[in-house]
Design a binder for this molecule. Structure first.
Ligand code: SAM
Length: 228
């Protein structure tokens, strides 16, 4: 059900409109960025030159906020997204030194252990094959590295905000997509615990909770795993 709904969002709202809405909702990305940077500092402070992957990156606004806030050196930043209408152009404008790859979270096109930190935000609720998603993220993360999955859903831009930032044509599409209450709930921590219990990932679960993040008013699902 969730997957079907996401497809509908992608068909309906073009990448450019999604990027505009996300840009409008920057405070969400700032809170997530602060959370992610705190987690990296707490569990993996030894990172020298960060190699970072964002799975389901969309237009890359989260990555751009992370790069702005991260104080260490960065070696590699990659965003991957499966959308047919590529986010690549938007991504390039937000993440100048990063690389955008069109690809699928279930088959990450990277060799094992090549990232220090693998993040994904706002994607989990739309997936059907959670085991595969988590195991691919863990596979491409090095030992001691982190997999950080946040799902701030539902947490959406209001119609008023959308009307302010979108063109008339884009707004019509936005309304069309939203009219049957499109934004689904994310999972509960117990559901994720059960999924993780089913797969042998070789990780320690550092955080698994659903609570407010910073000043956000909605509860955000937060999963932090460290590879053994
Ligand atoms: C709600 S958007 C979130 C985008 C971005 N992470 C953010 O926080 O703004 C969900 C994104 O996940 C991508 N996505 C969904 N399923 C995917 C999959 N199997 N592989 C790669 N990307 C996927 C969609 O194309 C979409 O860009």
């Amino acid at each position: 059900m969730n997957g079907r709904r996401l497809e509908k969002i992608e068909e309906g709202v073009p990448a450019r409109a999604y990027a505009k809405l996300s840009w409008r909702a920057r405070r969400v990305y700032r809170e997530m960025t602060e959370g992610i940077l705190r987690v990296v500092e707490r569990y993996s402070p030894e990172v020298q030159r960060l190699r970072l992957l964002d799975v389901g990156t969309g237009p890359g606004i989260l990555l751009s906020e992370i790069l702005r806030g991260y104080e260490g050196e960065v070696e590699l930043v990659v965003g991957i997204d499966c959308t047919r209408e590529t986010f690549g152009e938007c991504f390039k404008s937000y993440v100048r030194d990063g690389e955008f790859i069109q690809g699928n979270a279930y088959y990450l096109p990277f060799r094992d252990a090549c990232f220090d930190v693998c993040i994904s935000t706002g994607v989990l609720h739309a997936l059907k094959w959670l085991e595969r998603f988590f195991s691919e993220m863990v596979r491409v993360t090095r030992s001691g590295g982190l997999v950080i999955v946040y799902d701030p859903t539902p947490l959406s831009v209001t119609h008023e905000e959308a009307r302010r930032v979108l063109s008339e044509e884009e707004y019509k599409l936005f309304e069309e997509v939203r009219k049957d209450g499109i934004v689904p709930e994310t999972f509960e921590p117990e559901e994720i615990r059960e999924v993780l219990g089913r797969c042998e990932l070789g990780v320690s679960v550092r955080e698994l909770k659903k609570e407010r993040l910073g000043r956000l008013e909605s509860r955000v699902l937060q999963v932090v795993m460290q590879k053994d």
